[in-house]
Design a protein around this ligand. Structure first.
Ligand code: NDP
Length: 333
C-alpha cells in the first residue's frame, strides 16, 4: 500500500508556547518530545511515526535524542533518521534536534564519558544514524571527573566550529563544574544554550533549584527531563502495575519506588489534579511550567494518547498560592 505523504497541520504553531533559551536567539516549545525509551527498535515504526507526527502537528518542533537511546543503543537515532528520510526532511529548518554523548555506548576505553575522542566519534555516528548534516544542540551528557573539563568543553567548541552542531548544552553537571563550564564556553564564544536536568514535583531539592538559578545567571536556559518521574506522576500506577508499563519492564523505573507512602502521595496529588480539572500528568507538567525559569520540559510518551494527554497540560499552567502550598505539603519527602 502506498502511504499518503505527510503534511503537517497548518496551524501547528498556534497553540504552543515558545520560550527563549536564556540570553540566546533561540526559542523552543515548552514541551519537547524525548526519545529515550519508546522510539527504539522494540517499538513498531508505525507507532513511532504516529507519535512524532502528532507532536510536530501540535507545535512540538524540539526532539531530544542521545547516542544511547533505544533500546538497543542507537536505535532511537536510527528511527529518527528514518523519519527524516520518509517524512520530516522537508521541515528540517523547522526542527530543533538534539543529541548527546557521555554514557556507555560502545566497548573499550573510547565509548563512554567525556574525552574529545569519544564526543567527536559519537556525534559523527549520531549524524549518520539520524541522516543529518548537523544537530541543533549537542550535549555533554554528564560530567566526567577523570577527563580534564577543558578537554570535554573544547571538544564541544570545536564541534560547533566544524558545523556539526549549532549550539551546545550540558546535562547533569554538578554546580561547581557547570559554573566553570559556562565560563569556559562563554570565553570561547560558544555559550551554553541549555542546561538539562531532572526537575519535577518529586525532585526539587534546593541543589536542583540552585542549578536552575545558575543556568539563568549564566544566560543558559533550563530544560527538564523525566518531568513525570518516568511515569510515576501519572495515573499509570494508581491501581497496580500495568504489564506494558516502564515499571513492569524493570529497567530504569524500579518497582521498589512504588512504596505505600509513595502511592498515597500520588493519590493525594491526583485528587488535587482532579479538582483542577486535570489528569495527574497534566498537573505535574503544568507545575514545572509555572516556573518562569524553566524553558522547556522534555516529555516521554509511549502512545499518541499519552502525548495528547500531556499536551492538554498547556490549557492551564496557572496555580493559586494555595494549590502550590498543597503540592508542597503533599509531596514533602
Ligand atoms: P517522563 O517522566 O515524561 O516519563 C515518560 C513515561 O511516563 C512514558 O514512557 C509513559 O510510561 C509515562 N507517561 C507519559 N505520559 C503519560 C500519561 N499522560 N499518562 C500515563 N503515563 C504517561 O519522561 P522520561 O523519563 O521518558 O524522560 C523524557 C525525556 O527526557 C527522555 O526521552 C530523554 O529525551 C530525556 N532524558 C534525559 C536524561 C539526561 O540524562 N539528560 C535522562 C532521562 C531522560 P509507559 O512507558 O509506562 O507508558
Amino acid at each position: 500500500m502506498i502511504e499518503p505523504i505527510y503534511s503537517p497541520a497548518p496551524d501547528r504553531y498556534d497553540a504552543m508556547e515558545y520560550r527563549r533559551c536564556g540570553r540566546s536567539g533561540i526559542r523552543i516549545p515548552v514541551l519537547a518530545l524525548g526519545m529515550w525509551h519508546n522510539f527504539g527498535a522494540l517499538k513498531p515504526f508505525q507507532e513511532i511515526k504516529a507519535m512524532a507526527h502528532r507532536a510536530f502537528d501540535k507545535g512540538i518542533c524540539h526532539f531530544d535524542l542521545a547516542n544511547n537511546y533505544g533500546p538497543p543503543f542507537g536505535t532511537a537515532e536510527e528511527n529518527f533518521g528514518l523519519l527524516m528520510e520518509r517524512s520530516l526532511r522537508p521541515y528540517r529548518d523547522e526542527l530543533f534536534i538534539s543529541s548527546k554523548a557521555g554514557y556507555d555506548m560502545w566497548p573499550g576505553p573510547y565509548g563512554n564519558w567525556g574525552s574529545r575522542k569519544y564526543l567527536m566519534a559519537s556525534l559523527d555516528q549520531s549524524l549518520k544514524r539520524m541522516r543529518l548534516d548537523y544537530v541543533d544542540i549537542f550535549y555533554s551528557h554528564r560530567y566526567d571527573p577523570e577527563t580534564p573539563l577543558e578537554e570535554t568543553l573544547h571538544a564541544l567548541v570545536d564541534i560547533v566550529r566544524q558545523g556539526k552542531a549549532l549550539y551546545v548544552g550540558l546535562s547533569r553537571y554538578p554546580a561547581e563544574q557547570a559554573e566553570k563550564a559556562y565560563r569556559y564556553l562563554r570565553e570561547h564564544d560558544v555559550p551554553c544554550l541549555l542546561y538539562q536536568d531532572r526537575f519535577n514535583i518529586l525532585d526539587r531539592t534546593p541543589q536542583k533549584k540552585g542549578l536552575i538559578d545558575l543556568a539563568a545567571g549564566n544566560g543558559a536556559g533550563f530544560i527538564s527531563f523525566s518531568p513525570l518521574q518516568q511515569g510515576l506522576l501519572t495515573g499509570r500506577y494508581l491501581n497496580g502495575i500495568p504489564a506494558d508499563s516502564r515499571m513492569a519492564r524493570g529497567t530504569s523505573l524500579k518497582e521498589e519506588t512504588l512504596t505505600p507512602a509513595m502511592l498515597q502521595m500520588l493519590r493525594s496529588l491526583n485528587d488535587l489534579a482532579r479538582k483542577r480539572g486535570q489528569s495527574l500528568a497534566q498537573m505535574a507538567l503544568a507545575w514545572i511550567l509555572q516556573d518562569p525559569r524553566v524553558t522547556s520540559v522534555i516529555i516521554g510518551a509511549s502512545s499518541v494518547a499519552q502525548l495528547d494527554d500531556n499536551l492538554k497540560s498547556l490549557d492551564n499552567v496557572h496555580f493559586s498560592s494555595e494549590e502550590l502550598r498543597i503540592i508542597d505539603e503533599r509531596s514533602a519527602i
